[in-house]
Design a binder for this molecule. Structure first.
Ligand code: PLP
Length: 488
């Protein structure tokens, strides 16, 4: 077989030749398998100054084509060392991460298909597979059949769409006339102090005003205080605000705490408010039958978001928004321009009608590959292992009196603090432990603030993380804390 040289390639139009492409794919398959096998030996995170990677890359765009081998060599030499490796077994930041072999295979199959799933007609298989996997997740989450879903990139986009429907139902014609034209009142949205900032982002995007997102205090376990919510709604109503929606979180970003959804649902019913459940992280844990209680009150929600890219092993990005009666979402966003009309006939569902986006990737395929490869049982077993590991770490923390848990261990999340003995120095001390460990490239943790104080945070969610890895990370935390103590 003759290997193509650059001059050959420059002379031809069209794509890489089939023989050369096959050869590149085989090389890439080895590259991926090697990467995955050796990942644990790489530094988890770089320790470069901002701009270092950019400085190593040519600023001028390429005039002539380059060989794939040269490009892949630059990935190895310039990009891989500049990455935080979220799939690394010692990556314990955020909620852990969801890279798995079936997920990589799913992404690879999707790449050559590269369809646009905007309408049913533009790719029936993509539309129908999306409907199927969204319904599989619904069944796993034990949501009633009246909930229909749509796949977006992120939960932030999901909550924005949900609140757009809430806004339209509370002030019909906003879609057509805008807030002022429709004579809309000043709406208020409620979310706990621990809820994600996507609530404010949605309010900004929808013209509701970030200041109209009212943060409700939480209890000692960082769950929304239902009586504080009731008081806030009463006060707002008295002051002529119009309570629009409550965002209840199942698995908050810092501590994975769970708001009292059933109680909140009752308040929403009494006050004719929209109930959105932010289950971006936590809702995936409903696939565990022992978590039946987790889903209490969900069937009363108007919308619920879950990020399988956080807890159900699908790689970024894949987030599902469910609405009780998906038609409510369609009514707000359907708009068919003439140039698409021909492609919308005959369809049961055109996903472009269910949001802002027109062009849509075939995201359902990767989810389908993973769900079939692991089955619910396989995913549940892995989630149980994350929960087990989180509790193991919780026990280590409890049995070392230099440390304390800063929140109850919930799902795969552990928040804790080193007791410095001097409250004024505590924040900086805990923050420095995390920064030193992350700079070492040997593990990666995050930090957050709870009750005004900085705490360390570990998220278990990587299939490659074992108890040995966790033990190493714990030893590193203890050792770094001792070193810092000696230096102070
Ligand atoms: C509870 C919660 N909601 C929403 C989000 C936003 O998720 P996304 O990045 O998918 O927009 C996050 C992100 O961590 C989260 O923790």
């Amino acid at each position: 077989m003759r290997v193509q040289t650059m001059p050959d390639r420059q002379q031809q139009l069209g794509d890489t030749s089939p023989e050369e492409f096959r050869k590149q794919l085989h090389e890439l398959a080895d590259w991926i398998a090697d990467f995955r096998e050796n990942l644990g030996t790489l530094p988890v995170a770089p320790n470069d100054k901002p701009g270092a990677i950019l400085a190593a890359l040519p600023a001028k765009p390429p005039e002539e084509g380059e060989l794939f081998e040269e490009i892949l060599a630059d990935v190895d030499q310039l990009l891989i060392p500049g990455m935080v490796h979220w799939s690394h077994p010692m990556f314990l930041g955020y909620f852990g991460w969801t890279t798995t072999a079936p997920a990589i295979l799913g992404e690879i199959i999707t790449a050559p298909l590269n369809v646009n799933a905007m309408t049913w007609r533009t790719c029936p298989a993509a539309t129908e597979l999306e409907t199927l996997v969204v319904d599989w997740i619904r069944q796993w989450m034990q949501l009633p059949q009246e909930f229909g879903g749509v796949v977006y990139d992120t939960a932030s986009v999901g909550v924005m769409h949900a609140l757009a429907v809430a806004r339209e139902e509370a002030a019909p014609s906003v879609r057509k006339l805008g807030l002022v034209g429709a004579g809309a009142p000043v709406f208020r949205i409620y979310a706990s102090e621990q809820a994600h900032s996507s609530a404010e982002k949605a309010a900004i995007a929808l013209g509701l005003g970030e200041g109209n997102v009212q943060r409700v205090p939480t209890d000692a376990h960082f769950c929304m205080d239902a009586s504080a919510l009731r008081e806030t709604i009463t006060r707002d109503t008295r002051n002529n605000y119009k309570p629009l929606a409550v965002i209840a979180t199942v698995g908050t970003t810092s501590t994975a705490s769970i708001d009292p959804v059933s109680e909140i649902a009752k308040m929403c019913r009494d006050n004719k408010m929209w109930l959105h459940i932010d289950g971006a992280y936590g809702a995936g844990f409903a696939i565990l039958p022992e978590n039946k209680l987790l889903t209490s009150g969900w069937s009363e929600a108007d919308s619920i978001v879950v990020n399988p890219h956080k807890s159900l092993f699908v790689p970024l990005d894949f987030s599902v928004l469910y609405v009780r009666g998906l038609e409510r979402l369609r009514r707000v966003f359907t708009l068919v321009p003439e140039y698409l009309r021909g492609d919308t006939v005959e369809a049961q569902k055109n996903y472009m009608d269910y949001g802002i986006q027109l062009g849509r990737r075939f995201r359902a395929l990767k989810a389908w590959v993973i769900f079939r490869s692991f089955g619910r049982d396989g995913m549940a077993a892995r989630l149980r292992e994350f929960v087990r590991l989180a509790n193991v770490l919780g026990q280590w923390i409890k049995s070392d009196d230099r440390f304390e848990l800063a929140a109850p261990v919930s799902m795969g999340v552990v928040c804790f603090r080193f007791n410095v003995g001097d409250e004024n120095k505590s924040d900086q001390f805990n923050s420095e432990i995390v920064e030193r460990i992350n700079a070492s490239g040997r593990a990666y943790l995050t930090q957050t603030k709870l009750s005004g104080g900085t705490v360390m945070r570990v998220g278990l969610g990587n299939v490659l993380t074992t108890e040995d890895h966790l033990r190493k990370a714990w030893e590193m935390i203890c050792q770094t804390a001792s070193e810092l103590n000696r230096e102070k």
